[in-house]
Design a protein around this ligand. Sequence first.
Ligand SMILES: CC(C)(COP(=O)(O)OP(=O)(O)OC[C@H]1O[C@@H](n2cnc3c(N)ncnc32)[C@H](O)[C@@H]1OP(=O)(O)O)[C@@H](O)C(=O)NCCC(=O)NCCS
Length: 229
Amino acid sequence: MAVEGPVSYWSISSHDFNGHFHNFHFVRPAAALPNEASSSPFPIGNGAPHSASFGFASLALTNVAIMKKAISIRFAEEADQKYLVEWLLQPGVLEWFPLADIREIEDAARIWLAYAKQDAVLTALWDGVPCGIANLYLQPYKKLAHQCLFAIVVDEKYRGKGVGTKLMGELMALAKDTFKIELLHLEVYEGNPAKNLYDRLGFEQYGIHRRFIKSDGKYQSKVLMQKKL
Ligand SMILES: CC(C)(COP(=O)(O)OP(=O)(O)OC[C@H]1O[C@@H](n2cnc3c(N)ncnc32)[C@H](O)[C@@H]1OP(=O)(O)O)[C@@H](O)C(=O)NCCC(=O)NCCS
């Protein structure tokens, strides 16, 4: 590929949060890099500053308490990587991922960064503080580019408050509108309550990979689900 002007070269080989191997080699004009070396939120889709934030007040007539929530979504930034590592280390989370320890988490976090640089990763903020991350594993091959896998994790302090639902809504819109993804799929281990969320969002089970995980001598199956966008 002929490239004019300043270019950025980078390559990376590693495993993602689902344990799949990725090997990237990028050569891109600097001007085409959308989300590098910046700490500012980037627009989603249309080039205008985007905020998916919403707020509501829940008022009980008999009581003066006002519950406010403000979830906003922006593209992930390199600095978000530390939150991702922190959340994966929270109690019980690794039960739902193939990763076993900090070395494997850091390996996967490198791949995560490669997708963040392609604006394929979204970060949710709760009152401005990062509280969840979801990413699309875009396919490098043309014949596979109409479909992709995703991964999601929400900080334990913010689970069950709609962050996952909001992130998934934005991720599906990003997948469909920007990356022209027609089929979004996921891998969830048997017993993970996250499946409730995927069922609610209209993902359908299309397969099961039995005995996919073996940890401390115990096997776990992986459920495969997909949704047409
Ligand atoms: C799965 C996860 C991303 C959902 O995010 P969330 O912000 O809690 O999601 P929401 O509040 O929008 O919706 C909650 C839904 O997720 C399910 N859920 C899964 N784990 C949950 C948890 N620990 N706390 C609350 N809800 C959870 C609930 O059953 C609920 O479904 P329902 O509303 O249909 O009953 C989040 O719980 C999480 O990060 N879990 C640990 C990591 C993980 O399992 N990731 C997915 C791997 S496939």
